[in-house]
Design a protein around this ligand. Structure first.
Ligand code: 5MM
Length: 374
């Protein structure tokens, strides 16, 4: 029998285990309905349940996915035969997670910047989610780039909310995923995204320290350093990889259990290529670099399914295909040929061959600097 490390640090390590990543299925009802509406899928609780059933029950998914982040509604739902999703995940070896923020609102009256809410009553919700089977949580803050943006108030308020959320989760027995997303919307160049991402992460880690969050029992979910969607020039994959890893090396302590990127609206294959390029870089990365994608994992499956029962098996295959490509990218072992190869079985990931060990530079952070031991 396999012994699992059920400490918070052990759960955090399992989530970023080699060759695995996290599936984000935590779209709120409004977001899920918006995606369904675009494809002409009925926006009902039963259709949302059927869709999440398709995803979480996909054969072979657990070979590449360590855990899935769910929304409140989904955490309480079951498969068509009445088996709770939480049980389905546990039996397959995937950890159930839960989004605990309640969404964003304007930072101040008339502001175009956002603050994330959900701290009120959080300890009681954490306790309930834990009873329901959740083992980790997620909170997303958003940072908008633009003329005079982001403001100091936005960065500071969101950093403190993220840190307080993370501490409350650890106190209540959930591993926090800390997600500060620098949005891709806008015409900013890569260098501007890098400057803002660095400042955002510096403030987030200062706040995490202030709140005594144990770094080895948390996961960072950042956006990649990338030019805005409307930028005059888009950086290539190698530039994105170098800028992102350099920014993380300047800001993220080595003690953090792992880094699992969001995809943020990048195309699915592009998100895979960027993750792969980062893992191939011959520089020291003191944390595992993996994925916690939503759209970049789900889109091919959702677009094929479109609500049709007889499309379920192929939609599941498309999800597992994307999961497999990203799991390979998390080892720096993705190849474009994988896009068309059949997924043989869940153990196929054992065949990933990471690139030959390069002569790594001296790590920037080679000491474990835990803020707090759990
Ligand atoms: C940034 O969005 C998160 C990651 O998904 P992508 O890889 O698609 O960028 C995602 O987990 C997001 O937080 C959830 O979808 C919840 O979104 P809403 O808007 O419903 O709170």
């Amino acid at each position: 029998m396999i012994e699992h490390d059920t400490t918070l640090a052990g759960i955090a390590r399992s989530l970023v285990a080699s060759g695995k990543g996290i599936l984000a299925v935590d779209e709120s009802t409004a977001t899920c309905n918006k995606r369904f509406a675009k494809l002409g899928i009925a926006q009902t609780e039963e259709m949302r349940r059927s869709y999440r059933d398709l995803l979480l029950s996909a054969p072979g998914l657990a070979g590449f996915i360590s855990g899935a982040i769910l929304y409140d509604e989904t955490l309480r739902q079951s498969t068509a035969d009445g088996t709770p999703f939480v049980s389905v995940m546990e039996s397959a070896g995937m950890l159930p997670g839960i989004k605990v923020d309640t969404g964003t609102v304007p930072l101040t009256g008339g502001s175009s910047e956002k603050i994330t809410e959900g701290l009120d009553g959080l300890p009681a919700r954490v306790a309930e989610y834990r009873r329901l089977g959740a083992r980790f949580a997620k909170w997303r803050a958003v940072v908008t780039l633009g003329d005079g943006l982001p403001t100091q108030q936005c960065l500071e308020a969101n950093a403190h909310a993220l840190a307080r959320y993370a501490r409350l989760c650890q106190d209540g027995g959930l591993v926090p995923i800390v997600e500060p997303e620098v949005l891709m919307d806008g015409a900013h160049l890569l260098a501007e995204c890098e400057r803002v991402t660095e400042e955002t992460l510096q403030r987030v880690f200062a706040a995490l320290r202030l709140y005594g969050v144990a770094l080895d029992a948390m996961i960072l979910k950042p956006s990649m350093v990338i030019a805005g969607t409307d930028a005059a020039a888009q950086a290539d994959g190698d530039e994105v990889a170098r800028a992102t890893v350099a920014c993380l090396r300047r800001t993220v302590p080595a003690a953090v259990a792992g880094i699992a990127f969001l995809s943020g609206g990048q195309g699915d294959v592009r998100a895979t290529e960027h993750l792969d390029a980062m893992n191939r870089l011959p520089v020291a990365k003191p944390w595992p670099l993996t994925f916690s994608y939503g759209r970049a994992l789900q889109e091919p499956a959702l677009e094929h399914w479109c609500g049709a029962t007889d499309h379920v098996a192929e939609a599941q295959r498309r999800l597992v295909q994307r999961a497999r490509c990203n799991a390979a990218a998390a080892c720096g072992a993705y190849t474009p040929a994988m896009e068309t190869e059949a997924v043989i079985d869940a153990t196929y990931r054992d065949a990933f061959e990471p690139p030959a060990e390069a002569a790594f530079e001296t790590p920037l952070f080679n000491e474990r600097s835990l803020f707090r031991a759990v």
